[in-house]
Design a binder for this molecule. Structure first.
Ligand SMILES: C[S@@+](CC[C@H](N)C(=O)[O-])C[C@H]1O[C@@H](n2cnc3c(N)ncnc32)[C@H](O)[C@@H]1O
Ligand SMILES: [Zn+2]
Length: 367
């Protein structure tokens, strides 16, 4: 099968994994790499399959020094070699080996870890490889979204040592659980973490994390771990470094997700470069990407979590309100309020649940 994606045209051989639904993720990833790209960047396409990511990264980002393609499957490696050659990649290597073993002795500046399911088994060697370079960037994909979102509670405890909560904020919580796990692992290698861009979409979560060397950087990242508490009865939520209360003021039983990352999910400068780069590239996803990046920019500086307006209407026992009306009502009261990329019909705001309910009721009175 011949596939065209971004600047690449590749062949996908029989039995080699290729998921066309991940094209958007690859567009996003190539933009994120472009935003952090410095001349001579040494890039790993860690679980390359057809090599589509590595090929696109090299074609779409001029400053890349070398790409190394790794896959356990020899068919995938042959396929990636063919695609790299066919697309005239300058400097590249293909290694038919097991990624954790390979990473043990090979440092990289940018590590793409795109496994089936959880990236957890690959974090130690990937972070160690970045540490050998004195920092670096991890691009990790998790497709065990049901685990991170709380549908498989015990698997989340076992793999991420974190408690998920299966509620309307589970995609953001899941993203924060994944980053939290990366932060804890990086800390063991004296690295602090800075998430550059974090995306939750369909059946995957993707995060780009920049590492900074230094014990103090590691400590300050660990201090950003904590819990998100949530009351299913009144929809109150709050964050804390330790869980201190079990009951909400309304009498409801609080649910606690964590430990998870409570810091920022994205960095402004990198999102701005991604937006600029998106205008130049002719991706089919350009308009959707622009809208996504705009929403992500709005998420910077906002508290963790969001309010799903269907949930608010359920709790208030009134009919649903339009997102724009509630946003307008909140901003008239002086609150910051935006849509979130994590969920349709949901808003992030620095207002509390009482003010959100008031804004909701004000909007419905005006109708
Ligand atoms: C989800 S696919 C990668 C998809 C690819 N990155 C893309 O965007 O199309 C996962 C790949 O990892 C390979 N793989 C699985 N376990 C591995 C391991 N321990 N070491 C190296 N490769 C592995 C599989 O053979 C498969 O090709
Ligand atoms: Zn409550």
């Amino acid at each position: 099968m011949i596939v065209k994606e971004g600047k690449a045209e590749i062949r996908v051989d029989e039995g080699v994994f290729y998921n066309p639904e991940m094209e958007f993720c690859r567009d996003f990833s190539s933009l994120a790499l472009g935003a952090v790209c410095q001349k001579g960047l040494v890039v790993l396409d860690g679980m390359c399959a057809s090599g589509i990511r590595g090929v696109r990264y090299a074609l779409e980002n001029e400053k890349i020094g070398e790409v190394t393609f790794v896959d356990l499957d020899s068919k995938a490696c042959k396929n990636a070699s063919y695609n790299a050659k066919k697309n005239n990649l300058g400097s590249y290597k293909v290694e038919n080996t097991e990624i954790t073993r390979f990473l043990w002795e090979n440092p990289f500046d940018f590590l793409e870890i795109d496994p089936f399911g959880t990236p957890v088994p690959y974090l130690v060697p990937a972070i160690r490889s970045a540490a050998m370079q004195g920092g670096g960037i991890l691009s990790a994909t998790a497709t065990d979204v049901a685990v991170l979102c709380g549908a498989h509670y015990k698997a989340c405890l076992k793999n991420y040592q974190s408690r998920p909560v299966d509620n309307e904020c589970c995609h953001e919580n899941g993203t924060r659980i994944l980053i939290g796990k990366v932060a804890r692992t990086a800390s063991e290698y004296n690295l602090g973490v800075h998430p550059i861009a974090s995306l939750s979409r369909q059946h995957f979560i993707k995060t780009f994390i920049k590492f900074e060397r230094g014990a103090e950087k590691a400590v300050s990242s660990i201090k950003k771990l904590g819990f998100i508490s949530y009351c299913p009865k009144c929809l109150w939520r709050g964050t804390s470094s330790l869980v201190v209360k079990e009951k909400c003021e309304c009498g409801g039983q609080l649910q606690h997700a964590g430990p998870l990352w409570l810091g920022e999910l994205h960095e402004k400068k990198e999102l701005e470069s991604m937006k600029k780069e998106n205008e130049k590239r002719e991706y089919a996803s350009m308009a959707a990407m622009h809208s996504l990046l705009e929403k992500m920019s709005g998420e910077i500086g906002m508290p963790a979590g969001y309010f799903d307006l269907h949930k608010v209407s359920e709790v208030l026992k009134v009919s649903a309100e339009k997102v724009d009306c509630v946003l307008e009502s909140l901003s008239k009261k002086g609150f910051a309020a935006i849509r979130t990329h994590f969920r349709e019909n949901s808003i992030k705001t620095n207002a509390g649940i009482t003010e959100v309910k008031e804004a909701f009721l004000n909007s419905s009175r005006k109708r």
